[in-house]
Design a protein around this ligand. Structure first.
Ligand code: ATP
Ligand code: MG
Length: 391
């Protein structure tokens, strides 16, 4: 183990690349621990910019802005997966950066990500990397029906197409712009899980309780913790796999790994994000140390602590669709009624313009028992018109 560096003292500045809601919640956690935060983000209206102690309004690759961030801050992290790895490398020459640019680059590319799973000894979906039309002719039937995914820049189900046969595969490849893709076999999923793992500079490693996730139209809708209907062996395997994946990088910071549980019980890694994750939001209200506090602790060189779930939790995502009535007019959802229910924690990200499928906020229900948390979540979902998947 490398010697533990001295933690950054309170009052120090931490830097964040990206100004979205993940950055905003990290800013809140950092400020709670007495740090000041500078956010580098071009959007003047960004959720994290408004919460930060200093908002550097520039593009992520702006050399002067990066120099300013490095000069001001004792450590820098990212909340945005597609931050150019060169920006992190440039910063790393002057200030500790966690996670490292090399790890972020792997998480930005599905082909590199799958290679990293293999290196970590963790199984993933049968797949092939497709660089060009020539590669398409070599695709075997065992990968069809499948899902064609661009290797970079996909999120919330964007940049992917389901294909039944070779004809559809050709059409989908063209539709996605002929860019480098992976084709994965379409798998029979019994459930989806994810694990938040954090690793400190000293090599200390912790995981948060495994969460079970439900997606609607490719976007996370519901997270339930403890994971319902999943046996203890699969939970233990997901945790061990997440640890192995972080270790194989020598990762520093927070990493989220998504898994599939197949109908035959096998567990496969799907993808990972080099930062806190939407499915880990429950930890703010239900764990003794949240995923955002873990990110701050890892950056600042503080001990990661021993995160523990203190209440069963259900997290419901609040998309912009909620702000629209059937006739298309806009209206603020009725928060007062849901906040009157026991254990409802509302998190809104300060985005002024609701748009369909835009993540505007989330809410977490905590309760003494999982049955109680689910019962309240069902009432919330019914009142707001949210999906009831997983409830
Ligand atoms: P995210 O918003 O999590 O970054 P994404 O758009 O990057 O998502 P994936 O996580 O790869 O995309 O896929 C989105 C969803 O599609 C998965 O959560 C799962 O429900 C389904 N899916 C993806 N790959 C497969 C597969 N090989 N077989 C069956 N279902 C799949
Ligand atoms: Mg995903």
């Amino acid at each position: 183990m490398t010697p533990t560096p001295r933690p950054l003292p309170p009052g120090s500045w931490l830097g964040m690349l990206g100004g979205g809601q993940l950055g905003r919640m990290a800013v809140h956690a950092a400020q709670t621990l007495g740090y000041r935060v500078a956010v580098l983000e071009p959007d003047t209206q960004a959720p994290a910019g408004a919460a930060a102690d200093f908002h550097l309004q520039a593009v992520y690759t702006d050399p002067e802005a990066l120099a300013e961030l490095a000069r001001r801050c004792g450590a820098v992290s990212t909340e945005f997966e597609n931050v150019p790895a060169q920006a992190l490398d440039r910063l790393a020459a002057a200030v500790p950066v966690a996670p490292a640019g090399a790890a972020v680059a792997v998480c930005q590319d599905r082909a590199l990500e799958k290679a990293h799973f293999a290196k970590s000894g963790v199984a993933c979906a049968p797949h092939v990397v497709l660089n060009d039309l020539d590669d398409l002719t070599r695709v075997g039937d065992e990968l069809l029906p499948g899902i064609l995914k661009t290797t970079t820049l996909g999120y919330d189900g964007k940049g992917q197409r389901r294909v039944r046969d070779h004809t559809e595969l050709l059409a989908a490849f063209a539709e996605l712009g002929g860019v480098r893709c992976v084709l994965e076999a379409l798998l029979p999923l019994a459930a989806e899980l994810s694990v938040i793992v954090a690793r400190g500079r000293d090599g200390a490693l912790v995981t948060l309780p495994v969460q079970r996730n439900w997606h609607v139209s490719g976007i996370l809708a519901t997270t339930v913790v403890p994971a319902t209907g999943i046996d203890a062996r699969q939970i233990a395997q997901a945790e061990a796999s997440a640890r192995a994946i972080a270790e194989a990088f020598g990762y520093v910071g927070v990493l989220c790994i998504e898994f599939f549980v197949l109908t035959d019980g096998r567990l496969l890694a799907n993808e990972m994000a080099p930062r806190p994750h939407n499915s880990g939001h429950y930890s703010i209200d239900a764990c003794t140390v949240s995923q955002f506090e873990l990110q701050v602790r890892a950056m600042a060189g503080l001990p990661l602590g021993q995160p523990r779930l203190h209440s069963p939790a259900v997290m419901l995502n609040l998309l912009g669709d909620l702000w629209f009535l059937a006739d298309g007019t806009q209206q603020e959802p009725d928060w007062a009624t849901v906040l009157a229910l026991p254990g409802v924690h509302l998190h809104l990200y300060g985005k002024t313009e609701p748009r369909r499928a835009r993540k505007m906020g989330h809410l977490t229900v905590t309760a003494p028992t999982q049955a109680d948390a689910l019962a309240v979540a069902r009432r919330v979902a019914a009142h707001l018109g949210l999906p009831t998947d997983g409830l």
